[in-house]
Design a protein around this ligand. Sequence first.
Ligand SMILES: Nc1nc2c(c(=O)[nH]1)N(C=O)[C@@H](CNc1ccc(C(=O)N[C@@H](CCC(=O)O)C(=O)O)cc1)CN2
Ligand SMILES: Nc1nc2c(ncn2[C@@H]2O[C@H](COP(=O)(O)OP(=O)(O)OP(=O)(O)O)[C@@H](O)[C@H]2O)c(=O)[nH]1
Ligand SMILES: [Mg+2]
Length: 486
Amino acid sequence: MEELFIKGCVKKTPEYTEAHFYNIERRHGKMDTIAAISTPMGEGAIGIVRLSGEQAVPTADKIYAGKRPLMEVDSHTINYGHIKDPSTGETIEEAMVSVLRAPKTYTKEDIIEINCHGGLTSVNRVLQMALKHGARLAEPGEFTKRAFLNGRIDLSQAEAVMDLIRAKTDRAMNVAMNQVEGRLSNQIQTLRQKLLETVAHVEVNIDYPEYDAEEMTLEMIREKGTEVAEGVQQLLTTAHQGKILREGLSTVIIGRPNVGKSSLLNSLVHENKAIVTDVPGTTRDVVEEYVNVRGVPLRLLDTAGIRETEDIVERLGVERSRKVVKDAELALLVLNYNEALTPSDEELFKLIDGQDAIIIVNKTDLDKKISLDEVRQLAGDQPVISTSLLQDEGVDQLEEAIRTLFFEGEMEGGDMSYVSNSRHIALLEQAKSYVEEALSAAESGMPIDMVQIDITRAWEVLGEVIGDSVHESLIDQLFSQFCLGK
Ligand SMILES: Nc1nc2c(c(=O)[nH]1)N(C=O)[C@@H](CNc1ccc(C(=O)N[C@@H](CCC(=O)O)C(=O)O)cc1)CN2
Ligand SMILES: Nc1nc2c(ncn2[C@@H]2O[C@H](COP(=O)(O)OP(=O)(O)OP(=O)(O)O)[C@@H](O)[C@H]2O)c(=O)[nH]1
Ligand SMILES: [Mg+2]
């Protein structure tokens, strides 16, 4: 595999970004023309086959017949015509064809979008025709990869394009949209610029040791370093929520057998996903569902009821549940209103101690046998909600409790500049510790060039967020997770 390790030169001015993209482009040589179906695989009103690359227009012209050849039409126009098989002259589709000429396009290359009748056979036939006449089938995410390699967007923006497609709530979508538009990129650039200024200052100090700027340099490192550390920290504080918005809050439903755990999952999903019976121990395996509760995306796990048991199969389920509870970010503990608390219930309270949890007292339609005082005492700060899932009561209050827990103290529709991606979070953590090391090294009177190493590392690590210095294999891996045709 071709080695592509784009390294930044710290002495360069902010124009370095352009230089790097240019570098990547050169290494890749001229890019060929790619084609893919860019709409979902299935029946629809319209299906789009997209081409990108130098030969996009001539390739399309080979299979297109309209009033004028596409070579002659204005850029950013859509043109009615027919797609034909040039070897037989047979018409295979009626289409509208968009011609979008570089550089003002998604990929910064010439783009052709063939809008076909949205049937699987139709779009496939058009794609095959394009492949037969000069285009290569695109890899997943290759259009967006080109947008990145050609310098229209940086890596964090490209990653956000993917988040945009996958967003399961409005809020997650807003976060992704902000990132596509470069909000995170700008913040990262600002932080890097500060580090660059510091490095430049240190350089001067090293190059002219007789010019005693030692004290000034230290002062600058303290000032800029602190600013950067704070900036990175600010981004990281949004990371927890951002990550949840992007990946979902892992939520586990626990409780003794037969209390109504699977019923709860079904209520929140508004569908019968999990099997509900009056036989204790119905749920044997962990059931996973994705649900949007008032803007909070939950990855909901239903578990086997937890109790001491002789049944080997059931015990395996119980063991797994215990582990799942440890890994979860939110626990929903279900109790039975119609039964007194048991030692197993108390065990469960211990299991969720110190964790985000909501206690649900279910089956309020039956006679009260539980002591709510006892429940509240065991629950401590954790909210307690009463429900009758059978009669669909209390679900609203539960949903509200989940929403409050998640969005507490946060302004609705406020600053959407969340960091949501694990890769970005890890890099920001690294950058933070490098800056902190630089700061403490500067304080403890380490030689200035040692301090400079840490600052340079922080600068590089931040650069990886936006793809300014990343290994090609990482780029390949990131884009391969995209949809075909994106
Ligand atoms: N038909 C169609 N619809 C689509 C897309 C597409 O590729 N084709 N998109 C694909 O995801 C999204 C739109 N995203 C796009 C982002 C940038 C540019 C673009 O041409 N940017 C140029 C010029 C901008 C301008 O004219 O101001 C640029 O940034 O230089 C196009 C689409 C959603 N809808
Ligand atoms: N009366 C009454 N019955 C309920 C209520 N919620 C659930 N049930 C019933 O309780 C029984 C057990 O419900 P499930 O949801 O299967 O309970 P579970 O906790 O998942 O049980 P296991 O998977 O066996 O651990 C079923 O017969 C439900 O119909 C309720 O609010 N009131
Ligand atoms: Mg169950």
